[in-house]
Write a protein that binds this ligand. Structure first.
Ligand code: PGA
Length: 225
């Protein structure tokens, strides 16, 4: 079974030099095609030798949209993947299910593979609404989407908190997601070298903070494949 190990560098590191250094160390140790590095846009054209993904994309292909990056631009840079709907985009940049749906369609239209991020907040989980939220995010996010995508289940309360979701919970949610969409389901949220083996039954991992520490990320990849 193919596994996807995705590195989400978020808004890090601060310089191209550092990015090249981290990328180079990872590249030396992991040669498998399933490792996907998602650096900030500005480093995409300089990093070569592993599969690349962007962390966001706009839904129009060109035009008067100051500050935006189109799917065609990413494709032209050699990007294969793009993260869409990350909880930080939903929270800080007001991305709605409708916007996310447009982005997914535009990405597919340009030949990119979306890694569609979904997950419930702590409050939603405490209120017993986790499944309901996941179902809504999938239905709305994938409305009219026919092409294959990858889903990353990332409970919001597990992201960057050190409080990873237990394996039973992640596996349970993966089965729930697969009933709605027959796609690979990755787990993301505080994955590190010590807990990554727990998620062996998932189709891969989306790794944030730990993906910037080469040794840690290399161990995660080796544990997972
Ligand atoms: P984290 O981030 O591994 O730092 O929790 C995961 C993500 O946001 O994709």
């Amino acid at each position: 079974m193919k596994k996807y190990i995705v590195a989400n560098w978020k808004c890090n590191p601060a310089t191209l030099k550092e990015a090249e250094n981290i990328f180079g160390l990872i590249k030396k140790e992991v040669k498998i095609p399933e490792v996907i590095i998602c650096p900030p846009f500005t480093y995409l054209s300089s990093l070569k030798g592993l599969a690349l993904g962007a962390q966001n994309v706009f839904f129009e292909s060109k035009g008067a949209y100051t500050g935006e990056i189109s799917p065609l631009m990413l494709k032209d840079l050699g990007c294969k993947y793009v993260l869409i709907g990350h909880s930080e985009r939903r929270k800080y940049f007001n991305e709605t299910d409708e916007i996310i749906n447009k982005k997914i369609k535009a990405a597919i239209g340009a030949g990119l593979s979306p890694i569609f991020c979904i997950g419930e907040t702590e409050k939603e989980r405490k209120e017993g609404k986790a499944e309901e939220v996941i179902e809504r995010q999938i239905k709305k996010g994938l409305e009219g989407v026919k092409a294959p995508i990858i889903i990353a289940y990332e409970p919001v309360w597990a992201i960057g908190t050190g409080n990873s979701c237990g394996k039973e919970e992640a596996e349970k949610m993966s089965l729930f997601i697969k009933k709605m969409a027959d796609v690979p389901v990755l787990y993301g949220g505080s994955v590190n070298a010590s807990n990554s083996k727990e998620y062996a039954k998932m189709d891969g991992l989306l790794v944030g903070g730990a993906s910037l520490i080469p040794d840690e990320f290399i161990t995660i990849v080796k544990n997972a494949v």
